[in-house]
Ligand binder design. Sequence first.
Ligand code: F6R
Length: 256
Amino acid sequence: MIRIIRTRDYKELSSAAADVIASQIIAKPDSVLGLATGTSPIGIYDELAERYDKGELDFGWVKSVNLDEYMGLSADNENSYRHFMNTHLFDRINIDKVNTHIPDGMTKDPAKEAASYDRMIQSLGGIDLQLLGIGRNGHIGFNEPSDHFEKCTHEVRLTESTIEANSRLFKSLSDVPTHAITMGIGAIMMARRILLIASGPDKAGILKEALFGNITPKVPASILQLHPDLIVVGDKEALPDVGSDDTYLRFTEKTA
Ligand code: F6R
C-alpha cells in the first residue's frame, strides 16, 4: 500500500515528514533510522532539531545509517555527506556519533567497505524507517537507472545527469566526484517502513512514473511500489495530479 500525503508547500512537507520520523522515535526510542542527504531533507532536519530543542524528542538511543557517500571525499570536506549530516542534524541533537553510520568514501577497498556496510546494517537488525529523496532520473540513494536492481551496497559511477544536478553544491562541475558508494536496493526494500519525500515541479514527472508507472530498474524508485509500508510526502508541485488543489493536507489511500 502507498500512502500519499500531499502538502501545500515545502515547509509543510518538512513538518509532515518530521512527524513520521518523530512518531517512529517516540514509539521505538532505539530505532534504526535510514537517512538521506540532498536538498529535500534539509527542512526535515531543521524540524527535528527544533523539536529536540523543545525537549520533544530524544535521540540518545537512536542509531542511523546513511544511504551514500561520495568517493574520495573525507569527513571534513564540506561537500561530503558526513559533513552534511553533522552540520544539518547530528551536531544539533543528542545522537551519539558512534551510532551514526555513513559509508567511508575514503576507502581504498570499496568492495570490502560495501560488504562491511551491509553486515553492519544487518547487525543493527535492519532499518526501521528509511528516509529517501528521489533523483530526477529516478535514483534512490545512488542506485542509478540500470538494467537490473543492485541488491547490496556497492560502488557506483554517477550518471552525467546526477553529476550535473549535484554540481550546484560544488565550485565547478569538474569538482563533483564521479563515483559514490551507495546502499543497495536490498537494504532499502528491507526497511520496515519507507518515507519518500519530493518537492518542487522538477520532481513531478519522475515521481509519477515511480509511483504509478512500470516497475523497472530504469526507474529505480519504481521498486518502492512493492514495499508493504511506503509513505510518500510531497508538496503539490511534486504531486500535481494527486488529490485536490484546495486540500491542505491530503491523505490518499492507494491499494496497489
Ligand atoms: C542522497 C541521496 C539521493 C537524493 C536525490 C535527491 O543521500 O541518496 O538519492 O535523495 O538525489 O536529491 P535532492 O533532495 O537534492 O533533490
